[in-house]
Design a protein around this ligand. Structure first.
Ligand code: HQG
Length: 177
């Protein structure tokens, strides 16, 4: 497949596995899994095509279970799922990329999950910059994850390395760049 076809399939997978499984008649398990065979039928793609998208996806957004018969998104859901991720100790500093128009609200009320389950934080400024750049000129925030963890905030890390937490109060945030 060429790049364009792969991106198209990846976008459809993100839509159905994170946001709207009912659109193609899928029901996710409480921990987010969908049967591979039903998904292949609904998307009219082959197992080989699906494997190629999962393996080469730039953010490794999707993962198979150990039997290879089920697939789920590793993060980013808006539908209710419990991925069953264990709490993990974050690095001292994490980063969040956003854009200027959200900055006042974020510095006033902190980072909120908005439509997703959790606030998504990045381990490196580069990744955070890429996340912010999806919406315009990126603005980078430094998150004092060590202080948050010390204060009892729980963190999890998704299978594809995104740090997740329920919310980030403003006192743990400051702008960098
Ligand atoms: C902003 C993509 C106003 C927040 C990325 C962001 C990531 C607030 C937007 C993943 C706010 C939510 C997640 C507040 C947060 N007031 N705005 N209090 N708190 N915001 O897309 O972090 O390609 O839900 O800054 O790469 O941008 O989908 O979150 O701009 O990993 O795999 O509200 O999605 O990954 O937007 O991105 P999102 P995000 P995928």
């Amino acid at each position: 497949m060429n790049e364009k076809q792969m991106i198209r399939i990846s976008k459809r997978l993100a839509l159905y596995l994170r946001h709207d499984p009912a659109a193609i008649g899928l029901t996710l398990t409480p921990d987010g899994w969908a049967p591979v065979d039903a998904l292949l039928r609904a998307l009219a793609i082959t197992r080989e095509q699906l494997d190629e998208v999962v393996e080469t996806n730039n953010k490794r957004r999707f993962a198979f279970d150990e039997t290879g018969t089920r697939i789920r998104a590793s993060q980013g859901h808006s539908v209710t799922v419990d991925l069953g991720l264990a709490d993990a100790t974050p690095p001292e500093v994490l980063y969040h990329g956003t854009v200027a128009k959200f900055l006042d609200a974020i510095l006033r009320e902190g980072l909120r999950p908005m439509n997703r389950h959790a606030v998504h934080l990045s381990a490196t400024p580069d990744t955070a910059r890429t996340v912010g750049a999806r919406r315009g000129k990126p603005v980078l925030l430094h998150v004092d994850a060590a202080a948050m963890a010390a204060a009892g905030h729980a963190f999890q890390v998704s299978a594809n390395g995104v740090w997740l937490t329920e919310s980030v109060p403003p006192e743990y945030l400051h702008r960098i760049d």
